[in-house]
Write a new protein. Structure first.
Length: 458
């Protein structure tokens, strides 16, 4: 089985990283929400137990006997509780336990302890053994204890006081420690709610991870699309460069091999051979120079080389330099410029190359007797340079690719005239470095117009 390419593997790793990060966030958020909900439920139970304990304490305080021990007085005060040592059946109805209705064994239990922590009365169904109240603490004590059948209870212990009236008339009543009151609240409902919330959280997180997995794959594809395009462009560039380099090298080697096996008989043949070698060498030199220029243009911009450059001056210089080539090709060159102050901030050598490539491209595809017009104008804060020819034109399909490297609308014509297929690619790279825009408007048989818009200096 074939191994996946570098792009699919990279996409898979990127999607896995996305999923891992999203998974950690989702799982952390789920656990946090679960903890907050359980904490809210636990706080509600604590408040409920504290309220009941305070109510019972205030109700029992004036009725408690003086001594904290099992007695008939205590049994009369607490008809719903069982004294230690007595049988403790469950009350047949709610009426008989009305005074201490919180002792519903399904939800609560109640226990009374003397100051030493010895149990003296309890509700039916309460645990037979439980931790004594933490007398070393001044505040109430909380604990979780196990009741009959393994049920868990949240137990709250507080000091129980009773009012003692002194014998001397007019004296204030004294608050004396009587013992401890313990109230236990069943955690069965909370445990069931915890179980439901836990599985609900896990289900939601797993479902969210499935959705996140699909989203991660989509996002990784979205993030990789520019890299994939660049990778494919690089592959195409490598293939095209190899093809372009192979052709002149093959011609060069063929000439050299032919002359090695059969040396030229006269000086004319030798000159022809040297001319062929020189021509192919020149073609290779131009191709390598263009590739090096593209590599430099794709690199970081050299800020020190940027300076104000006059577009009209560059246009006039290049029209003068290309006039002989235009005359040889029987193509008329004209310059239309109504302004002389179109200065842009850039690299002068690159701007010369930009205009030169546009002019050469226009002359290359313009038949004898045609015309190439170079015009300059101002549009707002931009200088606009247009090169219009009366050549063969460009098809709509080719207009989408003319700035690709090594692309030629007419490969035969371009190669015959020594073109490398990189001219318009270099133009586009220079325009990008100067933060400009380039566009083409062309119709087959009616010529083409290339327009470059570059921000003006200042």
């Amino acid at each position: 089985m074939a191994n996946p390419g570098p792009i699919p593997r990279s996409r898979l790793r990127l999607a896995a990283v996305y999923l891992a990060v999203i998974g950690v966030i989702l799982y952390g958020a789920g656990l946090g929400m679960f903890g907050l909900l359980m904490r809210a439920n636990w706080t509600a139970l604590e408040r409920e137990v504290e309220t009941l304990a305070g109510t019972l304490h205030d109700s029992l305080k004036p009725l408690l006997p003086e001594e904290a021990r099992p007695s008939t007085e205590l049994a009369a005060v607490l008809p719903g509780l069982c004294l230690v040592g007595d049988p403790c059946p469950s009350p047949p109805s709610l009426i008989s336990r009305h005074a201490v209705s919180v002792t519903d064994p399904e939800r609560f239990y109640l226990r009374l302890l003397d100051p030493r922590g010895v149990l003296i009365a309890h509700s039916p169904g309460s645990p037979s053994h439980s931790p004594r109240a933490k007398t070393e603490r001044s505040g109430p004590a909380w604990s979780v204890v196990s009741g009959p059948g393994g049920d868990r209870f949240l137990q709250y212990s507080i000091h129980l006081h009773h009012s003692h009236t002194p014998a001397r008339a007019g004296a204030n009543a004294l608050e004396l420690d009587w013992g401890y009151l313990q109230i236990g609240r069943s955690l069965r409902g909370l445990d069931a709610e915890r179980e439901r919330l836990w599985w609900a959280t896990q289900t939601i997180v797993v479902f969210a991870l499935l959705v996140a997995g699909l989203a991660s794959w989509w996002l990784s594809g979205l993030a990789m699309s520019p890299l994939l395009a660049a990778y494919r462009q690089q592959e195409q560039f490598t293939s095209d460069a190899a093809h372009e380099l192979r052709a002149p090298l093959a011609n060069l080697m063929a000439v050299v091999d032919a002359n090695r096996t059969q040396p030229p008989a006269d000086a004319v043949a030798r000159e022809q051979m040297l001319a062929a070698v020189y021509g192919q060498g020149q073609r290779l030199s131009r191709l390598i120079s263009d590739l090096l220029l593209l590599a430099r243009l794709d690199g970081p911009e050299a800020a020190a080389a940027v300076q104000p450059c006059s577009l009209p001056q560059i246009a006039r210089d290049l029209l003068e330099e290309t006039s002989e080539a235009a005359a040889a090709a029987q193509v008329q060159l004209r310059l239309l410029s109504g302004e002389d102050d179109l200065n842009v901030l850039g690299v002068e050598s690159e701007l010369y190359r930009l205009v030169s490539n546009l002019l050469q491209n226009a002359m290359q595809y313009t038949p004898p007797g045609g015309e190439v017009v170079l015009s300059l104008k101002r549009e707002g804060n931009h200088g606009v340079l247009q090169v219009e020819d009366s050549g063969i034109g460009i098809t709509p399909a080719d207009q989408q690719r003319i700035f690709d490297r090594f692309f030629r609308s007419d490969p035969g014509r371009s190669r015959r005239q020594g073109g490398t297929g990189l001219g318009l690619s270099i133009v586009a790279a220079i325009v990008r470095r100067h933060h400009g825009q380039i566009s083409v408007d062309s119709k087959v048989g009616s010529g083409s117009v290339f327009a470059v818009k570059i921000p003006l200096a200042g």
